[in-house]
Design a protein around this ligand. Structure first.
Ligand code: HXC
Ligand code: NAP
Length: 297
């Protein structure tokens, strides 16, 4: 679809670059000649991704930087290291996120914060740090944020995520105008469902629900990572230089059928509580297991 050198020597920072869609985007950008900075909290997935990119694209420069985007000092240090080692940052991809299914009335303040501090505050910290660098450097650049279609429709059972993604979309459009004069473009992608371990464990109550879910998508299938990574590559490339302040939906037409998780309101509240509670217990158990393995290893 693209020239092999579409993103040649562009320095691209991908948050959440060690897993899921962030990993797929980083790999695709590497194939198209980019130099990469991969950020996330866990070092191992970042290293594994960097190794895979170097193997697939010999000569590719990949810097990994464990960083919690909720912490502005860590974000500033990451951007400073990227600039020191790779000379500059041309593009930022705000991809890192957290999410879970919960009934709003049962959410604690900490539960709300847990998602909003990653998605909205973390995205602001990265955007602010990279934006300042781009403005000081004077060479322009672009910022691409991964939101969701419920950023504008809202959705039942993902209130913190919907609020935070709506904020990121507002940030994108606000800065597209404010930073246009610096030749910094700000765009977003709103994906529908693309299978990833992170999203599925947070949002798909049971594998048996996949087929039902597909029926609510006009294209009757989930997205393929290459479809999203090609869209992201286009939006970063110079060839899309006049696209600014745009949010491109890639969801097989899903959002036109209604808010992402609204259909679950058909179930009684106590059944929903049981299903979501089971999902939380499963996630807590797998996290405890990972921590246990980390300690013993
Ligand atoms: C209710 C929950 C909960 C759940 C956590 N909390 N999980 N409440 N239901 N399932 C509450 C806790 O009880 C606690 O509040 C507070 O949140 C903080 O919990 P921690 O476990 O300490 O949070 P933390 O370690 O900061 O982890 C953040 C996280 C976690 C978001 C909960 O899942 C995470 O780090 N996720 C990153 C990966 C991820 O989620 N990827 C999915 C992206 S998919 P109390 O009051 O009890 O102390 C995506 C797709 C969008 O975004 C669109 C799809 C179409
Ligand atoms: P994922 O694999 O769980 O990705 C989330 C990434 O964010 C992880 O790599 C995680 O790494 C990182 N992260 C979380 N908190 C962080 C923090 N505080 N600091 C730094 N990094 C952090 O899920 P995904 O499905 O690929 O989602 C990627 C993006 O696409 C998200 O913005 C999501 O909202 C969006 N999206 C996904 C879908 C879908 O169907 N998959 C649909 C719509 C939108 P660590 O845990 O190591 O920090």
């Amino acid at each position: 679809m693209f020239r092999d050198d579409l993103l040649k020597d562009k320095v691209i920072l991908v948050t959440g670059g060690g897993s899921g869609l962030g990993q797929s985007m980083a790999k695709r950008f590497g194939e198209l000649g980019a130099k990469l900075v991969l950020a996330g909290r866990r070092p191992d997935p970042l290293e594994e991704t960097a190794t895979a990119i170097r193997e697939a694209s010999p000569g590719a420069e990949v810097l990994t930087h464990p960083c919690d985007i909720r912490n502005p000092d860590q974000v500033d240090a990451m951007v400073a290291t990227a600039v020191e080692k790779l000379g500059r940052v041309d593009h930022l991809v705000n991809n890192a996120a957290g999410n879970f299914l919960a009934q709003a009335e049962g959410l604690s303040a900490k539960g709300f914060d847990a998602v909003v501090r990653i998605v909205l505050h973390g995205t602001f910290h990265c955007t602010n740090a990279v934006g300042k660098h781009m403005i000081e450097r004077g060479g322009g650049g672009s910022i691409l944020s991964i939101v969701t279609t419920y950023a504008w429709t809202g959705s039942a059972f993902v209130l913190p995520s919907a609020c935070a993604k709506a904020g990121v979309l507002a940030m994108t459009r606000s800065l597209a105008v404010e930073w246009g004069r610096y030749d910094i473009r700000c765009n977003a992608i709103a994906p529908g469902p693309f299978p990833t371990e992170g999203a599925w464990s947070a949002l798909m109550p049971d594998p048996s629900m996949e087929e039902q879910h597909k029926k609510r998508i006009p294209s009757r299938r989930f997205g393929e990572h290459i479809e999203l990574t090609n869209l992201a590559s286009y939006l970063l490339a110079e060839e899309s230089g006049y696209v600014n302040g745009e949010c491109v939906t890639i969801d097989g037409g899903e959002w036109l059928m209604g808010g992402e998780f609204n259909h679950l309101t058909a179930m009684p509240s106590n059944v929903i509580d049981g299903v979501f509670g089971m999902m939380k217990a499963r996630r807590d158990a797998s996290r405890a297991k990972r921590r246990g393995e980390g300690e013993s290893g």
